[in-house]
Design a protein around this ligand. Structure first.
Ligand code: NDP
Length: 449
């Protein structure tokens, strides 16, 4: 083992010893740190500065009680969190997740990823993440509003346009951001537009923010394929999820001429041999807040299958996981490759396990890692902050063009670093090194903070 490999092992052991239960966090730290060893070898000053010890420790973790009243008048208690991971290059920025699975390990993993993702966008934003174990599914609008108000009644002390700027994630969409913003404004008695992103268009939101993560994913994948002279046209694409990221990934993939045959939610998946009808999915999920099996009622030629994992058994050229973490394990990766899948683009955060990523890379699958491929959402969030500061509103086309440029630059930056460190198609390594470099330089420049 080289000196830097030993250094990275020591850090992995340190975080395991400190928080043995935080498996998701340990996995993401392992993914990032093991892949940047070649960079650390060329930059030994970071070991002397104990930079890895510092970067794996959040600057601040806030945990709080959220008590609210349901429609029956009963008091409910949830846990709220905000992990403020790193502010070296800008105010903390990252989404809020409302899902029963939310815990500190998941939020630390997401916040850690966010630090390097935000760095890759080239925009001045640090990394954070937050959320609650509250489940918005099956709750009335009023219950969601009361929960959001209770959540913000504590969170407001810790955020601000120059401090920490949350956005949406799983379970937090336009409706939730609206309620959160309203409560923040009421408590602060100030119209700080840039305190949250993903806002509605009538009160400071940016055009193209809703579409940004899904569109950005396809822009990234297209750049990666163009470099290999591969066209998206007529390729069969399997997509998981039916939420914000998945919906707009389906739309953009179809605009590029690909045929998307699946989408899913946590109960099961739809296979439509005629190509998924984006408008139906959008209506079911965004308007009716329904379940994906309802798709079959509108398109009887489509098949609904119970269980979301089966989606990876469907034969495809390209797989775009857009639901949640660890949805592609080694077994699913093997089935995808055996069925001829040549390209994987991660729309969700860490949807492939470490073993699955390793298998894809070893089997020459073109692999677009999450922190690069899904950075379009946070990039447009940063553009929303710029518009709020300017008190101006850019057109859809202006924002979309900036998004295209940002995704292209992220691809080129990841590719350049992959080449420079001797593994030209390994964009996992390339993106991690590119993201890490900037944060490490900024931390060094700011002294011991
Ligand atoms: P949404 O809540 O809009 O949609 C999530 C989708 O994934 C739903 O279809 C949901 O199904 C499904 N899903 C959630 N949890 C699970 C699970 N445990 N097993 C199977 N399916 C599940 O979230 P987003 O589309 O915003 O986010 C999806 C992913 O993309 C997440 O990993 C998120 O962190 C990541 N991401 C999102 C960004 C954004 O801008 N929104 C930006 C960058 C990354 P169900 O309705 O049944 O729960």
């Amino acid at each position: 083992m080289s000196e830097m490999q030993t250094y990275v092992e020591d850090i992995l052991n340190l975080i395991k010893k400190r928080d043995p239960d935080q498996i998701e966090f340990q996995n993401t730290v392992k993914e990032v740190l093991t892949s940047i060893v070649p960079f650390l070898e060329k930059n030994p000053q970071y070991k002397a500065q104990k930079l890895l010890e510092r970067i794996v420790e959040p600057e601040r973790v806030i945990s709080f009680r959220v008590a609210w009243e349901d429609d029956k008048g009963e008091i409910q208690v949830n846990r709220g969190y905000r992990v403020q991971m790193n502010s070296a290059i800008g105010p903390y920025k990252g989404g809020l997740r409302f899902h029963p699975s939310v815990n500190l390990s998941i939020l630390k993993f997401l916040a850690f990823e966010q630090v390097f993702k935000n760095s890759l966008t080239s925009l001045p934003i640090g990394g954070g993440k937050g959320g609650s174990d509250f489940d918005p599914k099956g709750k009335s609008d009023n219950e969601v509003m009361r929960f959001c108000q209770a959540f913000m009644t504590e969170l407001y002390r810790h955020i601000g346009p120059h401090v920490d700027v949350p956005a949406g994630d799983i379970g937090v969409g336009g409706r939730e951001i609206g309620y959160l913003f309203g409560q923040y404004k009421r408590i602060r008695d100030a119209y700080d537009s840039a305190v949250l992103t993903g806002k509605g268009l009538t009160y400071g939101g940016s055009l193209a923010r809703t579409e940004a993560t899904g569109y950005g994913l396809l822009y990234f994948v297209k750049n990666m394929l163009d470099a290999k002279n591969i066209s998206l046209k007529d390729k069969t694409v399997v997509i998981s999820g039916a939420g914000n990221v998945a919906i707009y990934a389906i739309q953009k993939a179809q605009e590029f001429g690909a045929k998307v045959v699946t989408c899913s939610d946590s109960n099961g998946y739809i296979y439509d041999p005629n190509g998924i009808d984006f408008v139906t999915v959008k209506r079911i999920k965004e308007v009716d807040r329904g379940r994906i099996y309802e798709y079959e009622n509108v398109h009887p030629t489509a098949e609904y299958h119970e269980g979301c994992r089966g989606v990876w058994d469907v034969k495809c050229d390209i797989a775009l996981p857009c639901a949640t973490q660890s949805e592609i394990d080694l077994e699913s990766a093997k089935r995808l490759v055996a069925n001829g899948c040549k390209v994987v683009g991660e729309g969700a955060n860490m949807p492939s396990t470490l073993e699955a990523i390793d298998y894809f890379l070893k089997n020459n699958v073109l692999f677009a890692p999450a922190k690069a491929a899904n950075a379009g959402g946070v990039a447009v969030s940063a553009l929303e902050m710029s518009q709020n500061s300017e008190r101006l509103h850019w057109t859809f086309e202006e924002v979309d063009n900036k998004l295209k440029d940002i995704m292209k630059n992220i691809y080129l930056n990841a590719k350049k670093n992959a080449e420079e460190f001797g593994d030209p198609d390994n964009l996992v390594m390339g993106a991690n090194i590119a993201g890490f470099k900037k944060v490490a330089e900024a931390m060094t420049a700011q002294g011991l903070v």
